[in-house]
Design a protein around this ligand. Structure first.
Ligand SMILES: NC(=O)c1ccc[n+]([C@@H]2O[C@H](COP(=O)([O-])OP(=O)(O)OC[C@H]3O[C@@H](n4cnc5c(N)ncnc54)[C@H](O)[C@@H]3O)[C@@H](O)[C@H]2O)c1
Ligand SMILES: O=c1ccn([C@@H]2O[C@H](COP(=O)(O)OP(=O)(O)O[C@H]3O[C@H](CO)[C@@H](O)[C@H](O)[C@H]3O)[C@@H](O)[C@H]2O)c(=O)[nH]1
Length: 353
């Protein structure tokens, strides 16, 4: 199948190359000329384990190309939207300008019968809005929402071996067609019996933000326990091990430390809270404000610990911060807790950071 991928960042570039691995012919479109050129020359613009090899392999097949020109997406049966949805400056809500621009750019090529699939993480209600826009401007075109759950550092593995597929599809005469088009896209993944949830747009959008909210809550829960452990002399790691043996709790995402950062969890819980407010359901998510607060306290606590180690003052001290990315096996510094701590330390007066 010929497929286009609009937006070739951490998500889209891996998605594009993985689709080639699944047997398709793919064109990746990105407005960033340098990124698009680098990808086309088999140079990964970011560090992601296994991606460089996958990119080279996919390009060598002759079925993968990259361009800044959206007209190159013409003739694709499926168009994936993979652009960023960052936090708005000074607000909690998600900035949808890139999704809007990408969706509108597709109007130059979209034909009836072609399917637009959203993969970006968006506030609930976005897919319905885009479906309405396409319904008016390209009658007969199709829309689905298919959230992505990959983790950076494991992006290639997670894309090719996801633990589930979620298809958000509107009720109607075209629903079965859309489902079978997505099944064709994910052929080998579907064939091996990967769990699949076929649902409406709103549920598909919410599955993504609910999953990230749950993960963030788990991390903040154990970090709240860490605060108590510090106050009592208890050992938070042993506590996590002991509660984690209970299958209902599980040991994953119970590592206390600097808290969560990155281009997803922090902005996604905030966007979820903002959207709940718009929907008049803000009380349902007030707990996420506390999840966020606990998380930000970890960074402050790290600076306090450094000050304590430096005899109560950082003035004139030389402090090294090892590591800048938000997690291991990544070069992504978006909302990096390490950089935040480094910036706070700098403000407190070490001679160099
Ligand atoms: N990074 C992850 O691990 C991950 C995992 C799951 C979901 N997501 C979600 O996927 C989306 C993308 O995240 P990302 O980390 O890949 O972001 P990113 O910033 O790395 O990549 C986004 C890309 O889109 C491009 N772009 C912006 N506007 C465009 C347009 N109009 N046309 C074509 N390209 C355009 C940008 O140049 C950039 O290369 C976000 O909604 C994010 O929440 C990310
Ligand atoms: O026990 C833990 C686990 C993680 N972290 C931190 O949490 C952050 C996020 O880690 P992780 O979730 O592994 O990385 P992401 O690549 O941001 O992936 C999350 O965000 C993606 C984008 O939405 C989703 O697709 C993934 O499913 C979701 O795990 C990082 O700062 C980690 O250091 C902890 O502090 N303790």
């Amino acid at each position: 199948m010929r497929i286009s991928v609009i937006g070739c960042g951490y998500l889209g570039a891996v998605h594009a190359a993985s689709l080639v691995e699944l047997g398709h012919e793919v064109v990746g479109i990105d407005v960033d000329e340098r990124k698009s050129a680098a990808l086309g020359h088999a140079r990964s613009p970011f560090y992601e384990p296994g991606f460089q090899d996958l990119l080279e392999h996919s390009l060598a097949s002759g079925r993968l190309s990259f361009s800044t020109d959206v007209t190159q997406a013409a003739g694709a049966r499926v168009h994936f939207i993979c652009v960023g949805t960052p936090q708005k400056h000074g607000e909690y809500g998600a900035d949808l300008q890139f999704v809007q621009a990408a969706a509108e750019s597709l109007l130059r090529v979209l034909e009836p019968g072609e399917l637009v699939v959203g993969k970006s993480t968006v506030p609930v209600g976005t897919a319905a809005g885009l479906a309405q826009m396409y319904g008016e401007k390209v009658p007969g075109s199709l829309v689905a929402w298919n959230p992505e759950f990959l983790r950076e550092g494991f992006a290639v593995r997670d894309t090719l071996h996801p633990d589930r597929l979620v298809y958000g599809i509107a009720d109607g005469a075209e629903a079965a067609t859309i489902e079978s088009m997505l099944d064709e896209v994910y052929g080998p993944i579907v064939a091996r019996g990967t769990p699949k949830v076929v649902t409406d747009y709103a549920t598909a959008e919410m599955v993504k933000t609910a999953a990230n909210s749950f993960l963030a809550t788990k991390i903040s829960f154990i970090n709240a326990m860490a605060e108590l452990c510090e106050a009592t002399g208890a050992d938070v790691k042993q506590l996590a091990d002991a509660i984690g043996y209970d299958d209902r709790i599980g040991r994953k995402f119970l590592n206390a430390g600097l808290g969560f950062g990155g281009g997803c969890l922090p902005k996604d819980i905030r966007a979820f809270m903002a959207r709940a407010g718009e929907l008049g359901a803000d009380q349902a998510l007030t707990f996420l404000r506390e999840v966020d607060n606990i998380n930000m306290r970890r960074r402050i606590r790290m600076v306090e610990l450094a000050r304590e180690v430096c005899d109560g003052s950082l003035l004139g001290k030389r402090v090294a911060v090892l590591g800048a990315a938000f997690k291991p096996d990544s070069d992504d510094i978006r909302d990096s807790p390490a950089l935040n701590v480094a910036a706070q330390l700098q403000l407190q007066g070490p001679s160099s950071g």
